[in-house]
Design a protein around this ligand. Structure first.
Ligand code: C5P
Length: 227
């Protein structure tokens, strides 16, 4: 079974998708982490964020490896191979990388390269898979059996993301978060290639005022109905 969870930044996708994958024993695929990994490397190598072709080559070739989910639901992300591999789990979550990821994700060649890799990874999963992102139900695996579109009010989303970053030791204000989030929302939903959209067959869940377990339980019920 393929489950997709799409929605804007801070809607709770990561926490919900991870918990759901754990509960179902499915593979978890964070597609946003792949855009972030490419953006992180582009910043490090001083590649212009407007250079679509060089960025696409990076998107095609950059070794990105996901570690297993830890019991507390954190997934390690590694870039590179062998002894040169570097853990970037926290480094790819900074506001600077968030903005850069949102910018590079507007380039069609970059999207094409990452969508191809994501689709291959999803179809290779032996059990089931939970994909999380912006276009997983519309573009990456449109044949998914269960599609969820998660949303929440901008204030609630900014509050959650600020708290998440603070837990990682990064000091950010909610106002700054709200501003950065608005810019990303506009860019993500107005880009011409695969803008953030709810798939016609996706179930809309607003997570305002709902705790994580309540959302996961709701999706588990929907999953059971489709089995
Ligand atoms: O989900 P996350 O906030 O980690 O994603 C970072 C950025 O990557 C998003 O703002 C979006 O621009 C881009 N992205 C995308 N398509 C996806 C996942 C993420 O364009 N499937």
């Amino acid at each position: 079974m393929i489950v997709t969870i799409d929605g804007p930044a801070g809607a709770g996708k990561s926490s919900v998708a991870r918990k759901l994958a754990q509960a179902l024993g499915y593979t978890y695929l964070d597609t946003g982490a792949m855009y972030r990994a490419v953006a992180w490397m582009a910043l490090r190598q001083n590649i212009a964020l407007s250079d679509a072709e060089t960025l696409a080559e990076l998107a095609r070739t950059l070794p990105i490896r996901f570690g297993p989910l830890s019991p507390d639901g954190i997934q390690q992300v590694w870039i590179g191979e062998g002894d040169d591999a570097e853990e970037v789990t926290n480094a790819i979550r900074t506001p600077e990388v968030s903005q850069a990821a949102s910018i590079i994700s507007t380039h069609s060649p970059v999207r094409k390269a990452l969508v191809k890799r994501q689709r291959q990874m999803a179809l290779a999963a032996e059990n089931g898979v939970v994909l999380e992102g912006r276009d997983t139900g519309t573009v990456v695996v449109p044949e998914a059996e269960l599609k969820i579109f998660l949303t929440a009010s901008p204030q609630e989303r900014a509050r959650r993301r600020a708290a998440e970053l603070r837990a990682q030791g990064l000091e950010v204000s909610e106002e700054a978060m709200l501003k950065e989030q608005e810019e990303r929302d506009v860019r993500d939903s107005q880009r011409t290639d695969s803008p953030l959209r709810r798939a016609p067959d996706a179930i809309l869940l607003n997570t305002d005022g709902l705790d994580l377990d309540a959302v996961v339980q709701q999706i588990l019920r929907l999953h059971e109905e489709r089995c």
